[in-house]
Design a protein around this ligand. Structure first.
Ligand SMILES: [Zn+2]
Length: 440
């Protein structure tokens, strides 16, 4: 169980925001403008209903959702109104599995490893996410300090991008997933932390925490002692653990208390039942496997994992998890140059949820409310409710009727600011500082 310090704080008094996850001062900001999204359909992701309504944003937060036709603002109030007839207003989408810095194919090794290149790759991808209506991403492993710095710059409004919830380096056993044959000349160097023995696994967790990790990412292989140590250390620090594993490693990980199992890799019915009983969530990332099967026919030469090259087998894993009520969120794992397939890749992932038996509305809830929950940010993100952070998307059309309408993003509000308008990125001019004191 994650040692959550929030429960020691009285809910009746204002308390500090979690400085790790929301690195801005709590309370009101100076420049609180009011923004009104008016005349659209509201999908708040709370109960799956869609209703005509108006969403009122004040500063960084959602102030009100009005379904009466009169949001009750005082005439003096400075209000910026955006009329959105024929559109659907919904919470910002979440991608729970990305690697912002991973190199593209055919890139020379020195470029793949270079921090400057890694940062620039991430900056480009962050725009693609925003343009796709994705306002939060969980970075499941990236180069060195890069995801932490990106998170800060986005939070300070200095760089357009989704909220970044970084894991830092992926932790695996010596030669484990991501570290197969890893050497100084490997393009993957810099994003993997190999660990050996329970104490080293604890140390590896603390290293990511020190850098500012919001979540810990582990991958098989590991011993039972090692995964127990890592989960215990992370949970004591207040961090959840996401795990890339297959076969019996899933049983071990779930028994150790891992919070989320990534990917649609093979697992027994007993493991699925175990996930259901212990409340372990899943992020299937089916789209990544669809692309790799389509482009390469499989995933070869891996010594760290076994799986079948079958989309139907993967779908069966998701259906079995759904049948026993495993909570599932949305992640794409778009590595290589696949992020160029946004937003279609994200929408295709949601369509796979529907193939697995979700309704369209449930798929949209998985992309918002459920994914926010899996991020441990359900109290601030994932629904349109008063008091939540204002991450909102305005879609031309009705994605609850046709998921492909998610490809028609008109407006994106991020942290209360308009970052996409008419589908295009909005970057405000910098306000030039006065130089009066130099005049004499
Ligand atoms: Zn991944």
């Amino acid at each position: 169980m994650v040692y959550d310090r929030r429960k020691w704080l009285r809910s009746s008094t204002p308390v500090s925001d979690d400085p790790r996850r929301v690195p801005v001062p709590p309370g009101k900001q100076d420049d609180e403008a009011t923004l009104l999204l008016r005349g659209g359909r509201v999908f708040d992701a709370v109960d799956g209903e869609v209703r005509e309504g108006t969403v009122v944003v004040s500063g960084r937060k959602i102030e009100d959702v009005d379904y009466t036709g009169d949001p009750g603002l005082s005439p003096q109030e400075q209000v910026h109104v955006i009329d959105v007839p024929g559109c659907t207003i919904m919470p910002g989408l979440i991608d729970l599995h990305t690697h912002l810095t991973y190199h593209e194919p055919e890139v020379p090794v020195e470029r793949a490893q270079c921090t400057a290149d890694a940062t620039l790759r991430a900056v480009e991808r962050m725009r693609f996410f925003l343009e796709s209506g994705i306002t939060s991403v969980r970075d499941a492993g990236s180069h060195g300090n890069v995801p932490f710095r990106l998170k800060d710059w986005v939070a300070q409004g200095r760089l357009p991008g989704p909220r970044v919830f970084p894991a830092g380096r992926l932790i695996t056993g010596t030669g484990g997933h991501g570290a197969e044959g890893l050497g100084t000349a490997s393009p993957g160097r810099g994003k993997i932390r190999e660990a050996s023995g329970p104490d080293d696994w604890r140390e590896a967790v603390r290293e990511q925490f020190k850098l500012g990790a919001d979540v810990i990412k582990v991958a098989s292989h590991f011993s039972e002692e090692e995964i127990h140590a890592a989960v215990d250390e992370a949970h004591t620090l207040g961090l959840r653990v996401m795990c890339d594993a297959e076969t019996f490693y899933i049983d071990w990980a779930v028994r150790a208390g891992v919070d989320v199992i990534e990917h649609p890799l093979p697992r027994s019915d007993e493991a699925v039942e175990l996930m259901s009983c212990s409340g372990t969530a899943a992020v299937p990332t089916l789209i990544a496997y669809m692309i790799i099967f389509h482009q390469h026919g499989g995933y070869f030469h891996s010594t760290s994992r076994r799986f079948s090259f079958s989309g139907e087998e993967n779908m069966d894993v998701v259906r079995r998890m759904r049948r026993v009520g495993v909570k599932m969120g949305v992640g794409t794992d778009l590595v290589m140059d696949w992020f160029r397939m946004l937003p279609s890749a994200y929408i295709t992932e949601l369509e796979q949820f529907v193939r697995a038996g979700f309704t369209r509305t449930e798929a949209l809830q998985a992309a918002t409310r459920i994914s926010a929950d899996i991020l441990d940010m359900g109290h601030l993100l994932g629904t349109i409710e008063p008091g939540k952070l204002a991450d909102l998307v305005v879609v031309r059309g009705a994605p609850d009727c046709d998921l492909r309408d998610l490809g028609k993003i008109d407006v994106v509000i991020h942290d209360g600011r308009i970052v996409i308008r008419n589908g295009d990125l909005q970057v405000p001019r910098h306000e030039g500082k006065e130089m009066d004191d130099l005049k004499n």
